[in-house]
Design a protein around this ligand. Structure first.
Ligand SMILES: Nc1ccn([C@@H]2O[C@H](COP(=O)(O)OP(=O)(O)OP(=O)(O)O)[C@@H](O)[C@H]2O)c(=O)n1
Ligand SMILES: C[C@](O)(CO)[C@H](O)COP(=O)(O)O
Length: 233
């Protein structure tokens, strides 16, 4: 039975990017950003089964794009919600409705807006979780000095203790599925924060930071498109 899965969340509107087309559908170097992202997982050695979460309004547009670009990467589709949390939750529910997910399976959650990660990073993260910890999240350190506070009052902090968190965040299936059964909270900014909140004590030291990639940026603002264009093959 297949043991590795990824939920790719692509139901956002891209409000910080602006424009009429949600950013994940903008073409870069010959194809929409979302296709680049799915391809990275498909081309990895892990080759997880892909659940793509789209807003219901974009489903027919995506299907049209797949025909237009002859896009052959196998994936299942489901509809997203009003927040990233709801979109991930819907993706997990659809996965469960299709198959019985073994407790020891591994599920990653990845932003559609992060097409620049390497296949090596994908494989390394799944391998880490297979080796032991319950959860592994990629992160990088700041190349700038870091301060805590506001415009009027701030203090320098030790940047070696600050981590800029990326996706894919990779989890043992049982843990992620249980965590996403809880009520949504405004403090959830990523999947690790959902899992930690579900049971702080149980997680203890089992959520590990793994070296991410500076190039694995989340395309958020207009200027990120130019960087992605340079870095994407
Ligand atoms: N309701 C939502 C909100 C976000 N996402 C996805 O979560 C990822 C990270 O979110 P972000 O970069 O913030 O995307 P948007 O929410 O689209 O952007 P913005 O916050 O600028 O509107 C994106 O791939 C986005 O499509 C989602 O699936 N469902
Ligand atoms: C999940 C995430 O990409 C990890 O860095 C990030 O938290 C998403 O934040 P956003 O404000 O929703 O873009």
């Amino acid at each position: 039975m297949e043991q590795n899965y990824v939920i790719i969340v692509a139901a956002g509107t891209g409000s910080r990017m602006g424009g009429n087309l949600p950013k994940q559908f903008i073409p870069i170097n010959g194809k929409p950003i979302l296709m680049h992202t799915l391809l990275k997982f498909h081309l990895s050695e892990t080759k997880p089964k892909i659940m793509l979460v789209l807003s219901s309004e974009m489903e027919s547009y995506w299907k049209k794009l797949c025909l237009e670009y002859d896009f052959q990467v196998p994936h299942e589709l489901c509809h997203g919600g009003d927040s990233r949390f709801q979109s991930v939750k819907n993706g997990l529910a659809k996965l469960r409705s299709l198959i019985e997910v073994p407790a020891n399976a591994i599920i990653a959650v990845h932003d559609a807006a992060r097409p620049l990660l390497s296949t090596q990073l994908i494989d390394a993260l799944y391998q880490e979780v297979a080796n032991g910890p319950h959860a592994v999240i990629p992160a990088v350190q700041s190349s700038s000095s870091v301060r805590f506070g506001n415009e009027n009052k701030s203090e320098a902090v030790d940047r070696n203790q600050v981590w800029l968190v990326q996706t894919p965040q990779v989890f043992q299936a049982a843990l992620l599925l249980e965590a996403y059964d809880q009520e949504e909270s405004a403090s959830f900014t990523d999947d690790a924060s959902v899992v930690e909140n579900w049971n702080e004590n149980k997680m203890s030291n089992n959520l590990l930071i793994f070296p991410g990639e500076h190039q694995n940026l989340k395309i958020t603002y207009q200027e990120d498109l130019a960087i992605a264009q340079l870095l994407l093959e």
